[in-house]
Design a protein around this ligand. Structure first.
Ligand code: ADP
Ligand code: MG
Length: 238
């Protein structure tokens, strides 16, 4: 579960076509990275998949079902926001449980899922702390925990590490890659950082001014960049 298909999806804000019609397939279990310069449409594309923006045209299918007009909560996708989106007055436990309380799951089920997520993320000993009493990396893990408990078909990340310092970023990159291996769930990850893309992705989608320049594995893009833009962006020798 977690195959995402974009079929001629486009997005217009007023008179400006930010995303011209594009086709893209993200396979079940794949780690897909959208990479490209600031303003190229990475966040917009992710928000279209999440349902936080309506498409102007085209169709989005998730596991074969037409999700184009589904509300975000009905898409079984979890958006991971940066760690500063945590509630500072709530404990780690309550922050992680929050989406489940909103969905009115019963307490035993909530407790079970929170305990599982905390175990996966090494947060078990921190459940009664508040975000202000955690390190930056631990806070980011709480933000991920809040997505895990929803048991989504796919995780969507929008530059989750951009407000962490360089050393912490490297550690979190590894943690997210580990998590992907452990959960085997589709992840779609937005970044403007080539190194993140090259080290984390199964599939890299290089965006430029809203359109897809090239899609491929890190090795494919490195060895056979389609043009100078991709080569320059990926850092390959062409
Ligand atoms: P990225 O995440 O790659 O930096 P965005 O997806 O945020 O790029 O933005 C792509 C383009 O769409 C930019 O030119 C941005 O100004 C424009 N844009 C994004 N959101 C809106 C909006 N709600 N209304 C109008 N223009 C927008
Ligand atoms: Mg963005």
């Amino acid at each position: 579960m977690g195959r995402i298909v974009l079929d001629k999806v486009s997005k217009r804000f007023g008179d400006v076509e930010v995303i011209p019609p594009i086709d893209l397939v993200i396979e079940d279990g794949e780690f897909a990275v959208f990479v490209g310069p600031s303003g190229c449409g990475k966040s917009t594309l992710l928000r279209l998949i999440a349902g936080l923006e309506d498409v102007t045209s085209g169709q989005i299918r998730i596991d074969g079902n037409d999700a184009t007009n589904l509300a975000p909560a009905q898409r079984r996708l979890a958006m991971v926001f940066q760690s500063y989106a945590l509630y500072p007055h709530m404990t780690v436990r309550k922050n992680i449980a929050f989406p489940l309380r909103m969905a009115k799951l019963d307490k035993a089920e909530i407790d079970k899922r929170v305990a599982n997520a905390a175990a996966v993320l090494n947060l078990t000993d921190y459940l009664d702390r508040r975000p202000g009493q955690l390190s930056g990396g631990q806070r980011q893990r709480v933000a991920i925990g809040r997505a895990i408990v929803r048991e989504p078909a796919a995780f969507l990340f929008d530059e989750p590490l951009s407000n962490l310092d360089a050393a912490l970023r490297v550690g979190m990159r590894l943690e997210i890659s580990e998590l992907h291996k452990r959960l085997a769930t589709t992840m779609v990850y937005v970044t403007h950082d080539q190194v993140e893309a090259m080290t984390m992705a199964d599939k890299i989608v290089v965006l430029r001014a809203g359109h897809i320049e090239q899609v491929g594995s890190p090795l494919e893009l490195y060895r056979t960049p389609r043009n100078i833009f991709v080569a320059g962006f990926i850092g390959s020798p062409r």
